[in-house]
Design a protein around this ligand. Structure first.
Ligand code: FES
Length: 143
């Protein structure tokens, strides 16, 4: 996991992203066991969605793609946690995932896991790291 790369006190210097990381949202937007930040990515060069949420103080991020059937899991946009705010729960068939590991602990895909995305917090901002499989959305403009 990348380390916190805070560069300077707020206001002293422009905020710089850690090398290779892309801005996602302000840290303050992710409340403990609260609503997730949903964001667009390219998974294997196809448009897809991912999400980040804060659990036990740490920001975690995964593809919004159930390990059972590759479908989005949120109940409402950005709502992934169960009623007790303890587990990620797929809205389709009820797979239960452990938030800090993405491991499915109950349901039709028990033993499998969500696709994780590396994230880091720095200077009050959350950043995510692209990988060979998961990249940023690139908009093709007019030539
Ligand atoms: S699609 Fe998620 S449990 Fe079936």
């Amino acid at each position: 996991m990348p380390e916190d790369l805070s560069l300077a006190p707020a206001g002293a210097l422009p905020r710089l992203a850690p090398a290779g990381a892309l801005p996602l949202c302000a840290s303050a937007e992710l409340e403990e066991a609260g609503k997730a930040c949903v964001f667009d990515v390219m998974l294997w060069r196809r448009p897809a969605r991912a999400f980040a949420l804060r659990f036990e103080g740490r920001v975690v991020a995964y593809m919004n793609r159930c390990a059972h059937v590759p479908t989005e899991m949120d109940w409402q946009p950005g709502e992934f946690l169960d009623a007790d705010r303890r587990f990620i729960l797929c809205s389709m068939h009820g797979a239960v995932y452990e938030p800090t590991s993405g491991q499915c602990i109950a349901g039709p895909c028990a033993g499998e896991r969500l696709m994780a995305i590396d994230v880091v917090e720095s200077g009050g901002q959350v950043y995510w790291y692209p990988s060979p499989d998961i990249g940023p959305v690139v908009f093709d403009g007019p030539v």
